[in-house]
Design a protein around this ligand. Structure first.
Ligand code: ATP
Ligand code: MG
Length: 414
């Protein structure tokens, strides 16, 4: 056993990096709340069917990337590779389909068996929003605006581009499929084995291939946008007009398809050049057919997911956490008294680190190391007369402060 190493493609997130992750997640959550999204949390594993029946049996996720296993009772279980299917399952399980529209925010770890690289892991984290029960393109405009707002709040707007496409409705895609297959048949020889299989089952998926040969072939392919029927064209026009009215810049990318089968109409990705091949930071689209496919009533829906790790790499350093107050007993006598003082300050809202091991030098060293703003030194004599020495760690200035007014004195260091 390769002892003491995390499993390939997984990582420990240590405190400094965790601050960045938390900042990404929390910013997304707070802004989503302003748009009326309520947070829900679904299990990180589901019956395999929840994903295999919905994501599409030609999708990369289902064919290659799922962490699926049999549990002890023989049930086939999969670690969730994405949020949407689980959220839709939860809506059905909890009878929420009666209460549309619904706007949900989710966050947490996702699992995909992929080749690990910078910005691509086997366990990664997403923040995710879903709007269920709204057919109007304005819902797509709103979630894209929300995504843009979050990216702006994270300070990365300058580094990302919104790419936009439409996949049309079923009728448009069927019409296009014939035209596309005809074209691809002429270039069979240059397609990867994966794409030859896709050609039979889901040719559109070839646009999502990362294989060089495939990419060269699709570069010359006829476009889905030329096969759109009236209704699909109208939907897409309304989406584009909505984005323009909202002042959201986008670039049409007729080759953008989403990796999963359940998408229709809107498809979009915010991409960056700053992360090498792992350019997509926030991506989504409309999935009107998914709920019905899972056995629920036909329900229009739209949503997106963003990669927390990728965004955490793009942002500037977030604000550091508040600097703590160090409470340092002098000698072993005043330990209990010092603990009491620390607790009092914590209840008053201060972040407090109690330094009680080693000699005084060690304790002060630790106060420095944790970047304490001030240190409250408590000797036995001082405690006995109800006072403490407060040291401003930036100026080195020391004052004798009555314990009764400690909170008032320390207020300046908040
Ligand atoms: P990619 O094309 O990079 O494989 P994807 O289309 O598979 O992305 P989605 O399923 O749309 O990704 O997931 C939404 C977001 O989650 C992506 O835009 C990305 O930021 C992030 N993401 C997806 N897979 C990974 C991964 N393996 N590691 C880290 N982040 C990921
Ligand atoms: Mg992928």
């Amino acid at each position: 056993m390769p002892a003491l190493q995390p499993v390939r493609g997984t990582r420990d997130i240590l405190p400094e990096e965790m601050l960045r992750h938390r900042h990404v997640e929390q910013t997304a959550f707070e802004i989503a709340a302003r748009y009326g999204f309520a947070e829900i949390s679904t299990p990180i594993f589901e019956f395999t069917e929840v994903f295999s029946r919905t994501l599409g049996d030609t999708s990369d996720i289902v064919t290659k990337e799922m962490y699926a296993f049999k549990d002890r009772s023989g049930d086939s279980i999969t670690l969730r590779p994405e949020c949407t299917a689980g959220v839709v399952r939860a809506v059905l399980s909890n009878g929420l389909a009666q209460h549309l529209p619904l706007k949900f925010f989710c966050r947490g770890p996702m699992f995909r068996y992929e080749r690990p690289q910078k910005g691509r892991q086997r366990q990664f984290h997403q923040v995710d929003v879903e709007v269920l029960g709204v057919a109007q393109p304005l819902a797509d405009v709103e979630i894209i605006a929300l995504g843009a707002h979050i990216l702006e709040a994270l300070g990365v707007s300058e580094k990302v581009t919104l790419e936009l496409n439409t996949l049309g409705d079923g009728e448009s895609r069927n019409a296009y499929r014939k035209i596309l297959v005809e074209y691809l048949e002429q270039h069979r020889g240059r397609l990867s084995d994966d794409s030859l299989a896709r050609l039979e089952r889901n040719p559109l998926r070839i646009f999502d291939s990362k294989d060089e040969g495939d990419r060269a072939v699709v570069a010359g392919a006829p476009l889905l946008t030329d096969s759109l029927n009236g209704a699909s064209r109208e939907f897409f026009d309304a989406l584009c007009e909505g984005l323009q009215a909202a002042g959201i810049a986008y670039r049409l990318n007729p080759h953008l398809v989403r990796g999963l089968d359940y998408y229709c109409h809107t498809a979009f990705e915010f991409t960056t050049e700053a992360l090498g091949a792992q350019g997509a930071v926030l991506a989504g689209g409309r999935y009107d057919g998914l709920m019905e496919q899972m056995g629920g009533p036909p329900t229009p829906a739209t949503g997106w997911a963003a990669g927390v790790e990728r965004l955490a790499m793009l942002i500037e350093d977030p604000a550091p956490p508040v600097r703590p107050i160090a409470v340092v007993p002098i000698g072993d006598g005043p330990h209990h008294g010092a603990f009491g003082v620390a607790q009092r300050l914590r209840r008053a809202g201060f972040a407090v680190d109690l330094g009680f091991s080693g000699n005084l030098g060690k304790r002060m060293k630790r106060a420095n190391k944790i970047n304490a703003r001030a240190t409250v030194l408590l000797g036995e004599d001082e405690l006995a007369r109800g006072a403490a020495t407060v040291r401003d760690m930036d100026t080195g200035e020391q004052s004798d402060v009555p314990l009764a007014s400690l909170e008032t004195h320390l207020a300046r260091y908040r």
